[in-house]
Design a protein around this ligand. Sequence first.
Ligand code: DGL
Length: 275
Amino acid sequence: MSQGPIGIFDSGYGGLTVLKKIVETLPEYDFLYLGDNARSPYGVRSFETIYQYTLQCVHYLFGQGCHLIILACNTASAKALRNIQQLDLPKIDPTKRVLGVIRPTVEVIGNYSKTGHVGILGTTGTISSESYVMEIHKLFPDIEVFQEACPMWTPLVENGELEGAGAAYFVEKNLTHLFAQSDDIDTILLGCTHYPLLLPIIRLFIPNGIKVIAQGDIVAESLKDYLSRHPEIDVRCRKAACLDFHTTGDAQDFDRYGSFFFERALNSQKVEINP
Ligand code: DGL
């Protein structure tokens, strides 16, 4: 039986915050990261475009030998995952798997809040999909969910604007909108894998005592659990501790900016994704 790396996909650099935690948790596995930097951000694009772009990237990663792909992107998980799982995978190869980041996050979010008021920050695509609201209410019907779309945050992060007056302006503005919806929010989920890079500035505008949750550890634990429950998939994941990074954008840029996210030196290659 052929073995391959686990594919980790994001529209750009954000998924590296998730991959970092996954590699810490599952260091023996091979991973192939694909950032669609040339077409990032996805968050402001239409449903159809996000679905088509994500599907093209999934085809690419399958073509590279992956049997399991994690969409380390909330926007793709919200807008494309269901169609890919239900319509495309049965035709492409029913033995392969594509998983997202929303479900594993929702499964644990109820453990954090005492007031039952949870804030979600995400891209316009993720927030308008209402995926978090629907999924949280399925598992935790008593939790009240308050959402805020932060369309400027991903471009800030993709361009390395992690501090300073520009970043502070947009972070404060969106957090003010979020807190205006409820005084009782005690837990805020960073529902976009780019946002952990803005944590230092986010904390400046969040009152003490409010928990801010990033998804990396949650997704890493969930993947570990998934592999232990699915030996038929695990056996198809190569374990030679190899990491590869592919980008549709400029490889030098990816290595320079991506190393902030991954916190170690990167050596990526530029690739073409066939439409
Ligand atoms: N990092 C992505 C997410 O988690 C997407 C950001 C974007 O492309 O807009 O939603």
